[in-house]
Design a binder for this molecule. Structure first.
Ligand code: 13P
Length: 254
């Protein structure tokens, strides 16, 4: 059965003290809210991963994820963090291919393919992000762009591995801009992605894939987005930094 997920990407925000505070608040507030096939994921900066993992109450559908990883397992890569190190903190997810990584750190589809492998080899699930820029939206190449991102970075995976992935459609023009994709625009892409998966793998895998929407998702627009048949939750940036807003988005899953 397809999982519904709301994940918070804190990006480069929150010192440890604030992070612990908001994490505890979220955990308290969602106790009664998160049902069987729903999950909440919090992706803090690397250095909070271990502290937050230790605070997760057993029996809650709350998990911790990282925002990136290096593709190698270990070695002389000063300042980098590998998937095996992330796994050792208790985290179970890693965001891969966020548009900010693609843009500011020149991450290519072929590099992202290696990162996806590394996350899976270390027993975690990638949250793999794809999405077009404003220019690509305006010149109507966005279907090709998304197809290329998915094909080049992830279609080397076997179906058993692919079924562990979570996909996140994040149009770059909607991230941090207040310009949310309309539910119809997002649904069109989510359904396109599901069809790509059905063609490459099979209909069952495609039906069971969780596909999140990200980009200026907030408590006001979340319900309408999540009501669409191929939108299975959200990857939330700005609104995940306030416990109440984040929890209101989680409630929109119901
Ligand atoms: P915003 O919700 O701030 O637009 O960010 C979305 C995002 O990039 C989540 O990964």
């Amino acid at each position: 059965m397809r999982k519904n997920i709301v994940a918070g990407n804190w990006k480069m925000n929150m010192d440890l003290e604030k992070g612990l505070l908001i994490f505890n608040e979220i955990q308290q507030l969602i106790k009664e809210e998160v049902k069987g096939n729903q999950e909440v994921i919090i992706c803090p900066p690397y250095i909070h991963l271990s502290s937050l993992s230790q605070l997760v109450d057993s029996g809650t559908n709350l998990s911790i994820g990282a925002q990136n990883c290096h593709q190698a397992d270990s070695g002389a890569f000063t300042g980098e963090v590998s998937a095996s190190i992330i796994a050792s903190t208790g985290a179970s997810y890693v965001i891969i291919g966020h548009s900010e990584r693609r843009l500011y750190f020149s991450e290519s589809n072929s590099l992202l393919a290696q990162k996806l492998d590394s996350v899976l080899e270390n027993g975690m699930a990638p949250i793999f992000c794809i999405g077009e820029t404003l220019e690509q939206r305006n010149n109507e190449t966005y279907f090709e762009v998304i197809k290329e991102q998915i094909t080049e970075a992830s279609f080397h995976l076997q179906a058993t591995d692919y079924s562990k992935l979570i996909l996140a459609y994040e149009p770059v023009w909607a991230i941090g801009t207040g310009l949310t994709a309309s539910p119809e625009q997002a649904q069109e892409i989510h359904s396109f992605i599901r069809n790509l998966l059905a063609d490459k793998y099979d209909q069952d895998l495609a039906n069971n894939m969780t596909i999140l929407y990200g980009g200026s998702c907030n408590p006001k627009n979340a319900s309408e987005l999540f009501a669409k048949s191929d939108i299975d939750g959200g990857l939330i940036g700005g609104a995940s930094l306030k416990a109440r807003d984040f929890v209101d988005i989680i409630k929109a899953l119901n």
